[in-house]
Design a protein. Structure first.
Length: 147
């Protein structure tokens, strides 16, 4: 049981670090090859559609990722046996990070395609929301009521 808990906690930390590493890597790539990305700079229609899409995506994904996880934790994970709870806990944490990755990635891409800071702001919101999801063995034990 202890080995499973440590393995799940390690996987969650890996996913969290990868989430931030992908963001940093995309920003580095964008800054190095930024001149080639700005395909829609100055196009007002593309800017409007891109900014609207990334704002709506951020407004939908950030609260859903945080609240859906709390709902699933209370209604699904807490009601199953421990052997099934750990894989469910890992799966729903991955879903939560994937939901946060959508506005993060789209915000960075929109920022470099349109050269509008709105995309970067939405990516920063997703990164900030991910700080509420910092994994750890202590948090896993607390959320799954393991003493």
């Amino acid at each position: 049981m202890e080995e499973q808990i440590k393995l799940i906690a390690k996987r969650l930390r890996t996913i969290f670090v990868a989430f931030w590493a992908i963001a940093v890597l995309l920003i580095i790539i964008g800054e190095v090859w930024g001149d080639n990305w700005a395909l829609f700079a100055g196009n007002a229609r593309a800017a409007y559609y891109g900014e609207t899409a990334v704002i709506l995506l951020t407004a939908a994904c950030v609260p859903v990722s945080l609240k859906l996880y709390a709902w699933v934790l209370a209604r699904k994970i807490d009601k199953v046996a421990f052997e099934k709870a750990l894989p469910l806990y890992l799966r729903w944490n991955m879903v939560r990070m994937a939901l946060l990755a959508l506005p993060l990635l789209s915000g960075i891409v929109i920022y470099y395609l349109i050269l509008s800071s709105t995309g970067l702001l939405c990516a920063a919101i997703a990164l900030t929301a991910s700080l509420f999801c910092v994994p750890g063995e202590k948090r896993l034990r607390r959320e799954l009521y393991i003493d």
